[in-house]
Design a protein around this ligand. Structure first.
Ligand SMILES: C[S@@+](CC[C@H](N)C(=O)[O-])C[C@H]1O[C@@H](n2cnc3c(N)ncnc32)[C@H](O)[C@@H]1O
Length: 307
């Protein structure tokens, strides 16, 4: 979780969410908030920036007060830059903060140096969480502008010299090539969108490609697998149990070889209401009792049955 002075979900309802990021209060669409009612209309009057979708995935921001200079939020050792993009995102998914803490705990508890592959790595929060804990990281994303943004976040977090490779590439293509080259990893982090594009127009469809990608990631880590984290913000496979079953369908051995857990990604508002934001599946070679940072485990909604 973020410290409340860095990020807080203030309220949600009528298809929108109201959040405070550092000094700024932001009002933007949230499909998960459809059907809910706002708790405190007065809070919404304080929004400094409001986003409206206009055509397709794009839209525009309107500002009640000037946003001065670069803004950023902090989480532990990480400093993450915010930008008001035309897609309505700010470069941060705050509901992932528990996963960043879990990842850092996994690196520290492994007791050996780890090499981590981060796919769909976006602006790099997960990359930096594991780099700050001492891992070597390969960061892969299709969009060169978000890879540049991730590198700025590394610099702002004093991690510019950490052993991280920054790669602009289609995730599927990169993983296929790594297998051909015989490269291996200790851990993989994946946060795929429902639909996306590689830098050369390659198509990514979660429902179509996730099985193949997971199978290849398991091959990449077969010799020394320490942990895996799969998360998803998409409505298509938005439930933790579905992620869990998709993973176990391609790798039933994960159930026997370590601890597997699925949980909902969510944020809790000032009034204590939970906004559903997606799902995550965590697998670790550590037995459950040794899982570091139990507070970062999240809100478990389904546990796998014994094989
Ligand atoms: C949901 S975001 C990841 C969020 C990130 N893990 C975080 O917590 O901040 C999805 C990312 O996938 C990238 N992407 C989309 N299609 C891709 C593809 N075919 N190969 C690699 N990256 C892709 C997008 O550029 C975007 O940065």
């Amino acid at each position: 979780m973020f410290a409340p002075d860095q990020h807080q979900l203030l309220d949600f309802g009528a298809g929108r969410k109201l959040e405070r990021f550092g000094r700024y209060t932001v009002d933007r669409p949230s499909p998960a908030a459809e059907g809910a009612s706002e708790r405190d209309r007065n809070l919404w009057q304080q929004a400094d920036a409001r986003y409206e979708r206009s055509e397709g995935e794009r839209g525009t921001w309107s500002y009640r007060r000037r946003i001065d200079g670069p803004c950023a939020v902090r989480h532990g050792l990480l400093t993450l830059e915010l930008k008001f993009t035309e897609f309505g995102h700010l470069g941060i998914f705050p509901e992932q903060a528990g996963n960043w803490d879990w990842l850092a705990g996994q690196i520290r508890a492994a007791g050996r140096p780890l090499k981590v592959l981060n796919l769909f790595a976006h602006t790099g929060a997960s990359t930096l969480a594991v780099a700050a804990a001492g891992a070597e990281v390969v960061h892969v994303d299709a969009a060169s502008n978000v890879v540049t943004w991730a590198r700025r976040n590394a610099k702002a977090s004093n991690l510019a010299d950490a052993p991280t490779r920054w790669i602009t590439e289609d995730a599927l293509k990169f993983v296929r090539r790594e297998l051909k080259r015989g490269n291996g990893y200790d851990a993989v982090i994946l946060d795929p969108p429902g639909y996306g594009h590689g830098p050369h127009g390659e198509t990514w469809k979660l429902a179509e490609h996730l099985g193949e990608l997971l199978t290849m990631c398991l091959e990449l880590t077969a010799a020394r697998r320490q942990f895996m984290l799969l998360s998803c913000h998409s409505g298509e496979l938005a439930f933790a149990s579905e992620l869990l079953h998709a993973t176990l369908a391609v790798a039933p051995e994960l159930r026997r070889e370590g601890t597997i857990q699925a949980h909902e990604l969510s944020l809790v508002s000032l009034a204590g209401d939970r906004l559903h934001c997606g799902a995550a599946m965590r697998w670790s070679a550590l037995p459950e009792a040794d899982h570091p940072n139990p507070a970062a485990r999240g809100h478990t909604i389904e546990r796998p049955r014994e094989a």
